[in-house]
Design a binder for this molecule. Structure first.
Ligand code: ASP
Length: 171
């Protein structure tokens, strides 16, 4: 078994089409460390197959005051059980409607799909195109990072020294 850890940040075309105001302070100067540029997620498995998922986000540009996205909703943007750990990124409203993270686990649990097949199905068939990506790891150390957006910042590292990073779709 290979312990694995991943991080992600989505790259939605829409996030970068908003007008930029010159007088807005740089991101690092926001009190409390709030970010203006998206999501960081992490999933991990240890040598005993224990799984964990975590997701943090600043939400989306021009979000409504008081909006709660998918990130803190267990089963939507974040989920882990004994089969897999999943952290999603993208347009929260679409991710909530598709219960993206839990659906990956459900397909493994009820249909016996592999992590990769379950995650690919959810990203390609459930979440609308251009809205979502996820990082996931299974209890056996399988890793997958599918997305249906233009790109997704992502990385993976294992205890034995393997690592990979990516932004655009793999060829
Ligand atoms: N999913 C987050 C939200 O809708 C945004 C993101 O992933 O960047 O709040």
């Amino acid at each position: 078994m290979i312990p694995t850890c991943l991080t992600s940040l989505d790259l939605l075309g829409i996030d970068y089409t908003q007008p930029i105001q010159n007088n807005v302070p740089k991101e690092s100067s926001f009190p409390g460390g709030d970010s203006q540029i998206g999501t960081v997620g992490c999933v991990a498995v240890d040598g005993h197959g224990n799984l964990a998922a975590a997701t943090s986000t600043g939400g989306l540009v021009n979000k409504m005051v008081g909006r709660i996205g998918d990130t803190p909703i267990i089963g939507a943007g974040t989920y882990a059980n004994s089969l897999c750990a999943v952290s999603a990124t993208g347009k929260g409203e679409a991710i909530i409607r598709s219960t993206v993270a839990r659906d990956v686990a459900s397909l493994m649990e009820y249909k016996g799909l592999s992590l990769k097949d379950a995650a690919t199905y959810v990203i390609e068939e459930c979440a609308p195109r251009g809205t979502a990506g996820l990082i996931a790891v299974s209890a056996t150390g399988e890793v997958t990072m599918p997305f249906n957006t233009t790109g997704m910042f992502r990385a993976c590292a294992t205890e034995d020294g393997y690592s990979e990073i990516g932004i655009w779709p793999s060829v």
